[in-house]
Design a binder for this molecule. Structure first.
Ligand code: PLP
Length: 408
């Protein structure tokens, strides 16, 4: 079991006041997580003792920087059980991973008559790059719908997933509903029709043990900043034969083997996809984040979030006029998305902010999802390894204040 009081001491920001005399209650980890001292110190130590460019210099600092940066890649690969570190490409974030696959694999493999299958609950990062490549190639984008309670509606899957489907890309965990989707079932169904599968694991890898080999997905994307790591670093995992067959994404230093005035040849994996000086400190920071999460144990982190989510949904459901969106706690990750009768979610977030509570209000980069619900925005409280039931109690009490202010 997670020792939450001890965990909280690992996050310096949790001791910072939101406003003078008002403690911070950070319930916005799904947007971006806070960073433990171990991550902050790993990046600090890199700049203090090891800073140099990687893969280039024949001097001690450069060798140390390269070892730290590549060592982090290996630990990140182990964290998601990737068969090798060469299949773990550093990107800026999950968004860049989707754009990379759409621009390289997509342009090389899609054409008129082909279909890309997504779901209606996707984050824009897993919609827009496919719409762009569909426009460029003549392929068509289709969507698996969701039910009113925020589950994927798979009743018509046989008609949506056909031999015309070249790619299925879907989120393992919805950033709005929190729904944990049936990854294995969807991967098997897509492979049965010969489609390639990309999984959006931006809300999964930070919160539960993920094993890419057990999922058997072809590509997977996630972001460092949602899993206790820094911004500016994300991961694209891919199956080796696909990555090897794909053309590079960006051209420049590091991604080449040989350049002549007539043309160039490409470096080996993973560097073929990593042009230019990379985010070195950020890669090292993400390595420290996976060490931190692994040390605590992903199963214990998940169990803690499940406990908090059950508690939160039960407490929130007692507030008159409050509607919770998404499936029951047992089917979702640490997210409580809600609306309050007659109050705009932005007003809720503003009033909660005065109480020191940070939540997110808006469309959460999922406009099609909100459009289908007939909403322009929702309010979302999201939980992580440091969230306590006392913080949930404060959220509930503050929502009562919102109701008083609006005389509900
Ligand atoms: N996918 C999901 C499910 C997300 O929640 C997010 C971020 O909110 C992303 C993708 C995009 O992540 P990033 O903005 O770090 O690229």
């Amino acid at each position: 079991m997670l020792d939450v009081d001890k965990v909280r001491k690992d996050f310096p920001i949790l001791a910072v006041e939101a406003h003078p005399g008002v403690p911070l209650v950070y319930l916005d980890s799904a947007a971006s997580s806070q960073k433990p001292t171990a991550v902050i110190e790993a990046m600090n130590a890199y700049y203090r003792t090891t800073n140099a460019n990687v893969h280039r210099g024949i001097h001690r600092l450069s060798e140390d920087a390269t070892n730290a940066y590549e060592g982090a890649r290996q630990r990140i690969a182990d964290f998601v059980n990737a068969p090798s570190a060469e299949q773990v490409i550093y990107t800026r974030n999950a968004t860049e991973a989707f754009n990379l696959v759409a621009a390289t694999w997509g342009r090389a493999n899609l054409g008129p008559g082909d279909e890309i299958l997504l779901t209606e609950m996707e984050h824009h990062a897993n919609i827009v790059p496919w719409q762009m490549v569909a426009q460029q190639t003549g392929a068509m984008v289709r969507y698996i719908p969701f039910t009113e309670d925020g589950r994927l509606d798979l009743t018509d899957l046989d008609n949506l997933l056909t031999e015309r489907t070249k790619l299925l890309s879907f989120t393992a965990v919805s950033n709005v509903f929190g729904t944990i989707n049936p990854v294995n079932q969807l991967v098997r169904a897509a492979h049965a029709v010969g489609a390639v599968v990309m999984v959006d694991a931006a809300q999964a890898v930070p919160h539960m043990a993920v094993d890419v080999q057990a999922w058997d997905c072809d590509f997977m994307a996630f972001s460092g900043h949602k899993m206790c790591g820094p911004t500016g670093i994300g991961i694209l995992y891919g199956k080796r034969e696909l990555l090897e067959a794909m053309p590079p994404y960006m051209g420049g230093g590091d991604m080449i083997r040989r350049v002549t005035l007539e043309g160039s040849t490409w470096n080996d994996l993973p560097w073929k996809f990593e042009a230019g000086t990379p985010s070195i400190a950020e890669g090292i920071g993400l390595g420290a984040a996976v060490d931190y999460l692994s040390h605590l144990g992903m199963d214990d982190i998940h169990a803690h979030e499940q406990h908090i989510t059950h508690y939160a949904l039960e407490s929130l459901s007692e507030i008159p006029g409050l509607k919770l969106w998404g499936p029951p706690a047992s089917e979702k990750a640490g997210v409580a998305t809600f609306t309050l009768e007659k109050v705009h979610p932005h007003d809720i977030a503003e009033i909660l902010d005065k109480e020191g509570i940070a939540i997110r209000a808006g469309h959460h980069c999922a406009m099609p999802l909100h459009h289908k619900l007939g909403l322009s925005a929702t309010a979302r409280a999201s939980f992580y390894l440091h969230t306590t039931t006392a913080e949930v109690d404060k959220l509930v009490a503050s929502l009562d204040k919102v109701r008083q202010i609006f005389r509900l």
